[in-house]
Every structure is written in C-alpha cells, then in structure tokens.
Write a protein of this length. Sequence first.
Length: 512
Amino acid sequence: MAKQEDIFKNVVSHAKEYGFIFPSSEVYDGLSAVYDYAQNGVELKKNIREYWWKSMVQMNENIVGLDAAILMHPTTWKASGHVDAFNDPLIDNKDSKKRYRADVLVEDYAEKLNQKAQKEIEKAKVRFGDAFNEEEFITTNARVVEYLAKKKEILARLAKGMSEDLQDVKALIEELEIADPETGSKNWTDVKQFNLMFGTKLGASAESAMDLYLRPETAQGIFVNFLNVQKSGRMKVPFGIAQTGKAFRNEIVARQFIFRMREFEQMEMQFFVRPGEEMQWYHHWKEARLKWHLSLGLGKDNYRFHDHEKLAHYANAAADIEFNFPFGFKELEGIHSRTDFDLKAHEQYSGRKLQYFDPELNENYVPYVVETSVGLDRMFLAVFATSLQEEVLEDGSTRTVLKLPAVLAPTKAAVLPLVKKDGLPEVAKKIIEDLKWDFNVAYDEKDAVGRRYRRADALGTPFCITVDHQTLEDQTVTIRHRDTMKQDRVAIGDLKSIIENEVSMKNWLMKM
Ligand code: ATP
C-alpha cells in the first residue's frame, strides 16, 4: 500500500480513537460523507473558527459579522444561478452500481498520461545528468510529445463536451476504454447532469408546502442582507461581511473523509468595493489570506496558489489556496472576484434596489465583491493531518504526537498528580480550579505518569503539569512541553502566564 494511503488511514483512525471525529449515526453503520465532531474535535473546530473570526471581524474595523439562516427564500437560488447551473455530470457503472463524476474519470485518465510523461522526463534527467535540457526534451522526445498532446486533446474535448454535449463525454469515456476504478467494468450508463442542492419542504400540508433548498453556500445570506447591514451599521464602501455556518451539497463522490462532505461548514467573507477597484482588493485578500494560513506554522511549502484560467460565470478573477493534504495538493480556500453578479441578480429577481450611495463620488452604484471562502472542515483536516506525527525517540521507542498549533489545541494543559494519594490529587484539582477560568484544562490520574504524558501527546495537549511531593513543600510543579518533552520546575503562581504566552491568539495573530 502506498505510504500516503497509510498516513491517511492513520489520520482517520486517530481522529476516531482519540475523540475528534466519528462517522455520523455509526450505530446504523454511518451515513455516507457525514461526520460528527466529538469531544476533542468540537474544541479544535471551535478554536479554528474563532481564530478566523478574530482575524477577520475583530481585527478589521470595516468588517462585521452575520449569522443568516440556512433556509432562504427559494428565489435566492434562482437568482444566484444554483438552480440552473450547480450541477456535476454523473455516470453510473451498470455492473458495480457505483456512481462517479464523469469529468473526474476523464481527468484522472489525463493525469495518468501526464504522470507517464513526467516519468520519462525523470528517467532522462538521470541518464543525461547536467547536460539535460528539459525544455528541449519535452518538445522533441517522441513519447513525451505524444503523451502530452493526447492529454491536451482529451481535456479540450472534455471541456467542450461538458458545456455542449454530455453524450460526447460518454463517447470519450468509451473510446478511452476507461473502466470502473474499483471493479474494472466498462459497462456505463449515459452521463446525466445532477444538481448538488438538497431539496426540502416548508409548510404543513402537501398542497401548500413550498419547495426549499438547504443552502449550498453561505455567501447568498450575505448578499441578500447587504443593504440591511450597510444601512444599520452605517458602513462605508469598502467594507466586508463575514459569516461562518453550515452548507450542504449532495456530492456525487465523497470518499475523502472530511475533505468532501455532504454537510460542512464554511467561513466566508464578502468584501464590497467600488467598481473598478476589485482587482486591487482581490490581490490584497489573496495575500492576506495566505498570511493567515502561514501564521499557524504548518510549513510554507504546504501551500500554493492555483490561479483559475477557466472562470465561473460570476467571476472575473479567481484563485485557490491549495494545501498539501495526505492525498496531495487540493483546494483549501477560494478567493474570488465575483463582480456585481450576485447583487445585480438579486435586484433583478426581487425588484428591489441593492445599491450604495457613495458620498465621496456622489453617486449610486452596485458594489463589486471580492470573496474569501474557506472550508472549516478542510482547515480541520489540514491542521490535524499535518500535526499528527510519529517520532522516534533517543531510546529507539516511538511516540505518537499531535503537534497542533498550541493556539488551536482542544486542551491547553493536563494536570497530573504523580500518585493518587498523599494529598497530591487535591493540589492538582486546586490548580485546575484556578486555571479553568482562562483555559480548557484536564485532570488525569489514571496509569503511570509516562503513559499519561503519551495520552496528552496524542491529544495534542501542549503542556502537562505534574504535582509531586516536592509541590507540597515549595508550591512548585514540573511543566512538560509537548513538542520538546523538556520539563521545567516552576512555581504554581507562574503557570497562567507560561501557558498564556504560548496559546494566546494575540501572540499567534501578531505573527501575521
Ligand atoms: P471543490 O472544487 O473541492 O468541490 P469548490 O470549488 O466547489 O470545491 P467552493 O464552492 O469554492 O468550493 O467553496 C469554498 C470552500 O468550501 C472550498 O474551498 C472548501 O474548503 C469548502 N468546501 C466546498 N465543498 C466542500 C465539501 N463538500 N466538503 C467540505 N468542504 C467543502
């Protein structure tokens, strides 16, 4: 099995074993691509949300928050384009009954051609050494030229088929002899468009019930409230509205744990600007968002931008911040310049004006919008997977340690009496009573102290505070640091400031 797969399996099982994430309704064998956050997961998730909220809302005087309802008037989704265009092309395998995204099957095939070309390039690099000219090789080596040309041709035909003729996407799958990745069967149905929105109903009787959707993105709740917020908050363009909350998408293929869920949480900010100034703000937010990610210290090389060449109908510029997940670089956050598309569409469908009077220009206009949109669950996965490490210690043994950024750790300190007698538990509990006003702290008296340290490491707890017999004499304890395993003897009275120094959001956000 590939190492990457091992790592990913380990992430999923650690998340369950240590009370971070459980499959939803597991007693009934779970519900596909739906997950529950457990006692430690809920704290980590809350801390990520708070870290985002603080940097976005609290630190920017021209950004305010909102918590719009999940259920919205159904015309919202007509105006936004989701009813007509929020589709993925699906294809079923008639033998295995498995469902796939037709575009992904073709893209994976194209990627394999790309990998074959890359392999040839790597081989040639070794063969020719310093004399190797990669550019020349790519354009002259017959095999590489053929692989890359084929890849390009396939992707171009896919793009055309997706917008004009889905039957041709099926024809392409058949011509390339693409088989069901799990069973090898090539017995496919036609390709159909599949709308990703979940439908539901509002109202008591079948006749009068109104068809609704669970929101597929939080952004529209911000757009329809744009003028309410602007007027009641006396906001001046440029200004932003931020929101975190659940979104729902009936994803066709959802096999990557919390990376692609059917119910997930977004953290979005829509920034309203003067028409013509959107590009400047787009670049500003691209940089600002990357800085926010980097402040968590998960490693600069784990992030990259992917600028979109093919833009959505509402955008005039778009980029993803991609993260190096256990299964490769994938989208973590989107930054989109959405023009005035959404506000104009809501004006048109509602018949109400959604315009701003700019006192400096002395004119009315529909603002342009730059959006930053990050998945909270994907952030969780990025932080959790990168932090989970196996370390070989000096004595040759290994330890599993979850090196979460201390600011996000669910529990900041575990307080451990060395033994369960001689009054040590009482002192430990007294320390808990003092610290719990400021931090999430845990008490642990079970097992030998070494095992308790390991348990705290696996939970990502940055500090272990051990109460021993010396504590009774001089009011000092040992404090053990998770990452270095270094232990210091400190006064009980200093614990608060030591912990504060490493976990305070202020200290972390100031690194931005
Ligand atoms: P993808 O291409 O991966 O499907 P997207 O481009 O459709 O994502 P957006 O509509 O831009 O995603 O949503 C913004 C963010 O919401 C994404 O960057 C991602 O972090 C998160 N997100 C989107 N879909 C899901 C999902 N099904 N599960 C978890 N997070 C999601």
